[in-house]
Design a protein around this ligand. Structure first.
Ligand code: CMP
Length: 886
């Protein structure tokens, strides 16, 4: 929780000036000044809001003009915002418009009221915390790719929480060693400056095309280190204000409960919001408003009512909405929502930077040399802490397999790129305004934290790009350069032809078109780079295309909302694997969709333990739907390779790409064929749903054309669209999958049980358990202890005996049984048994097996006969046993 912030700073006595008291005095002067202005008659009719609005207007104009300037001078935007803030702060300080307490002259009423407004806006840190923190954090949560984040969650959490602790600790101890402030105060300062601001670094990573994982890692780190640092900060602050001795164990416990409580609150609120969002589906304006309310609600409920970490709650809510949101509202509404949040983020960040640095000027105004020295210690300690994390902790994560290795140069960029931003400023201001703390502490923390933010923004921020250039991280690799030339060469021909045609159609002199278009490039240029490189480029392009196709299918609604997230995550994983391992990575990660997911394995286990097949049916249906979507996209990609990548990268690469894609497609085809075999009805229903969705799209296009051509009016069109939306909703529901695991039906399919009377059948029903085996699943393992045997109701299994030749496969089909040898002879399993496709099996465990053998002598004889022939090593053909393989 954030401690309550004093609204009126009251400083006292002798000693260093109290910054908050200074501001309170300034506020009083400001108020007097305003009254005097009004009394002078110049602004008598003016509302008191006008100065604030005027200040806001000036800030917004300044901020919007700075954004393009930052682009031009290649400085972090935040650094320019700070410059603006410092300039205004200096002007306020030097011009001292309220120094006389009287308007110097009525003529400058606008300037005067501007400063009144700026001061009023700059007062009270509650404003910063409650107004700006929720949008800053929610927007940060929304902007992170959660599926990728989940892949890195261990690394991110460890980096965030541990890095904050390391930074706060190292800074705290270093400063308390050289200053006369207590350890807790120095730790508090450490916690405040421990949170990094990702914006600067991430922009740089994007520019140099770093792997997405790295970006996710840094963004995720800064997201949660905000939360961790604020939680640490709140703890230390409450220790300071309540005067309680630090108790590390209790502190850690409070930290954990605050963190976990915030997490839970965020999830619950966002989930509730997700129930409401579908009602606002087609109404971006309402959905956006709702999301803004959610951000503030999570913050205040967490901070002020439940007393858990509101910061964590807001971040978590943002993360949940970023996953669930796109599935609950229409794609257009979602893109409006994301844009609006970027806007809110921009406003909040800009205002925080400008206003906080305006006040920062006052804090830094009377900095002494020894305090400057302390700032130096803070800078060094903070850099050292980051180095410890990057050079000491990160390699450990890599060793533990929790993170991918980072190159030395990239680590160096991360070290230098640890810019501090809005969160640090907001926290520093809240300390400055906290009347419960001694004046010197407030001054110490406020001055050093602000000084440090300024330092990172100006020094690190302005040198980051040159550093990257110096480390040659921003150069086009030879591959990329060659490709660029190749693209230009390929486009040149057709562009020249078109320009000549245009000139001709305008009746211009053909000479005028001479030399236009891309500069001449030798067309073989790209072929100079090695085959491996070209293949890698081809694979990256192919994977990017795959992702776009999935998103396109979602946009036109042929892929359901739930599915697209999984498909996109799949493509992202594929892309990362290609970046790290090239073609090998593509092969490995490409088999993702045919592997059994964790959820499917869990559901299978649940079905086997409890007999409850609902979750298994759901998970399987999801899997089939996903396979079908992947299969369709693979087909589209084949054409893409032939038409677009072939000409760019050459025939050999084209053939290799086609071969790689083909092996992936083959695996998907096989997996789908297995579905068709066991569940033909479901596979047909899924395909039909695809077609039905395509039909709806065509219908929609046709109606839109009719409207555009004024064949039908708006009312008729709306009516048609409503009908369409209703049918679309019906199509959003996937056909359900009946697993067919009905015990008695399965029992009747096994020929061995045919002679059993009704009583015996009922007893069998009690003993047997229905079970689904997946294609390729190893049901029985050679050498293992056997606890049960199996009867096949449908599907096919292979008995793998090492001594058999490949053309002498032993296949068992419906009606056959296996696993009896181990039970009869109390011996280890004699062979592996593997499912060839989806199999419906009836499992009988050892105790029931023995009971059955006693009660049903005919069955016993039959089983023993088959078993003895098998033990003699005869194949089913030789024993005359019915064999599904024929
Ligand atoms: P068990 O040894 O329990 O586990 C492996 C099973 O494979 C075995 O029981 C038999 O059911 C089956 N099996 C072993 N050998 C043959 C064979 N030659 N023909 C058919 N099935 C066999």
């Amino acid at each position: 929780m954030l401690p309550q912030i004093a609204r009126n700073g009251v400083g006292g006595g002798s000693g260093p000036p109290d910054p908050a008291a200074g501001r309170a005095a300034a506020a009083a002067a400001c108020r007097r000044h305003w009254q005097a202005l009004r009394a002078s008659g110049k602004v008598a009719e003016m509302s008191e809001l006008v100065p604030i609005l005027l200040a806001l207007v000036v800030l917004l104009i300044g901020v919007s003009l700075l954004a393009p300037l930052a682009e031009r001078v290649r400085l972090p935007f935040a650094a320019l915002l700070v410059c603006l803030g410092i300039l205004i702060g200096l002007a306020d300080l030097l011009l001292d418009p309220f120094g006389l307490g009287q308007p110097s002259s009525g003529e400058i009423a606008v300037v005067d009221s501007l400063f009144v407004g700026l001061r009023v806006m700059g007062l009270g840190a509650d404003g910063y915390l409650y107004l700006f923190l929720p949008p800053l954090l929610f927007a940060a949560g929304l902007g992170v790719d959660v599926r990728l984040l989940l892949d890195e969650v261990a690394a991110v959490l460890l980096l965030a929480v541990v890095a904050v602790a390391v930074a706060a600790g190292m800074i705290g101890f270093a400063l308390s060693g050289v200053s006369d402030r207590g350890l807790v105060v120095c730790l508090l300062l450490g916690a405040i400056v421990a949170t990094t601001d990702p914006a600067g670094v991430i922009q740089v990573f994007r520019d140099i095309g770093a792997p997405r994982r790295l970006t996710v890692l840094v963004a995720g780190e800064s997201l949660f280190n905000d939360a961790a640092a604020i939680a640490f900060f709140a703890l230390l602050l409450s220790m300071l204000t309540s005067g309680v001795e630090p108790d590390p164990a209790a502190a850690a416990m409070t930290f954990l409960t605050d963190f976990a409580g915030g997490l839970a609150l965020g999830v619950v609120l966002a989930r509730l919001a997700c129930l409401v969002l579908p009602y606002l589906r087609e109404m971006p304006i309402a959905a956006i408003t709702f999301s803004v309310a959610l951000a503030y609600l999570a913050f205040i409920v967490g901070e002020d009512y439940l007393r858990v970490s509101g910061v964590v709650a807001v971040v978590t809510a943002g993360l949940v909405i970023s996953v669930e949101g796109p599935l609950r509202i229409s794609p257009t509404a979602w893109s409006h929502l994301s844009q609006t949040w970027q806007q809110l983020d921009f406003w909040a960040t800009s205002l925080v930077f400008v206003l906080a640095s305006m006040l920062g000027v006052r804090l830094l105004e009377d900095m002494t040399w020894s305090e400057l020295g302390l700032l130096g210690v803070l800078i060094v300690a903070s850099l050292a802490a980051r180095a410890v994390v990057l050079e000491g902790l990160f390699p450990l994560l890599v060793l533990a397999g929790l993170a991918q290795p980072l190159g030395r140069r990239t680590r160096f960029v991360m070290l230098w790129g640890g810019l501090r931003g809005a969160t640090t400023l907001v926290l520093a201001l809240s300390v400055v305004d906290n009347a419960a703390l001694p004046v010197e502490v407030r001054r110490f923390v406020g001055m050093l934290a602000t000084g440090y933010v300024f330092f990172t923004l100006f020094v690190n921020g302005s040198t980051l790009r040159p550093l990257i250039g110096w480390l040659r991280l921003d150069r086009l690799s030879p591959t990329e350069a060659a490709l660029r030339d190749r693209v230009m060469a390929l486009s040149a021909q057709s562009i020249r032809r078109q320009i000549a045609e245009t000139a001709d159609s305008y009746g211009f002199d053909p000479d005028l078109a001479e030399g236009l278009g891309p500069p001449d490039q030798p067309a073989e240029e790209a072929l100079r780079i090695s085959h491996e490189h070209r293949l890698e480029v081809g694979l990256r392009t192919l994977t990017n295309r795959e992702k776009e196709l999935y998103l396109g299918h979602f946009q036109d609604r042929s892929v359901s909302r739930g599915l697209v997230g999984r498909l996109v995550a799949l493509a992202d994983r594929l892309l990362d694997a290609v970046k790290v391992e090239g073609a090998r990575g593509y092969r490995r990660a490409g088999s993702g969709p045919v592997l059994l997911s964790f959820r499917l394995r869990l559901a299978t286990r649940l079905q086997r333990l409890t007999g409850w097949s609902g979750p298994l049916a759901e998970a399987l249906a999801d899997r089939f739907e996903q396979l079908l979507a992947v299969q369709l996209v693979m087909r589209e990609l084949q054409g893409y390779i032939a038409q677009s990548l072939g000409p760019l990268l050459g025939e050999r690469v084209r053939d290799d790409l086609a071969e790689l894609l083909d092996s992936r497609r083959q695996a998907v085809d096989d997996a789908l064929a297995a579905v068709e075999l066991q569940y033909p009805g479901f596979a047909r229903a899924l395909r039909r749903q695809y077609l039905a969705r395509a039909a709806l799209r065509l219908e929609e296009g046709a109606y839109r054309r009719q409207l555009e051509e004024s064949v039908v009016g708006r009312e008729v069109y709306d009516d048609l669209m409503q009908d369409l939306a209703r049918r679309q909703r019906a199509l959003d529901r996937r056909p359900s999958l009946d697993l067919g695991l009905r015990l008695m039906e399965m029992v009747r399919r096994v020929s061995l049980f045919r002679g059993v009377d009704a009583g015996g059948l009922a007893e069998l029903g009690q003993m047997l358990r229905a079970r689904l085996a997946h294609p390729g699943e190893q049901i029985v393992t050679k050498g293992a202890t056997g606890n049960s045997m199996f009867f096949i109701a449908s599907g096919e299994v292979e008995v793998c005996l090492p001594e058999r030749k490949p053309d002498e496969r032993i296949l068992l089909g419906p009606g056959d049984f296996f696993g009896e040898l181990a039970l009869l002879h109390r011996q280890p399993r004699s062979a592996d048994v593997v499912a060839c496709g989806y199999c419906h099996l009836l499992e009988l465990d050892a105790a029931d097996f023995r009971r059955l053998m006693r009660r049903q002598p005919a069955m016993r004889r039959q089983i023993e006969k088959v078993a003895s022939e098998r033990a003699d090593g005869k194949a089913p053909e030789e024993t005359g046993q019915p064999d599904a393989a024929g």
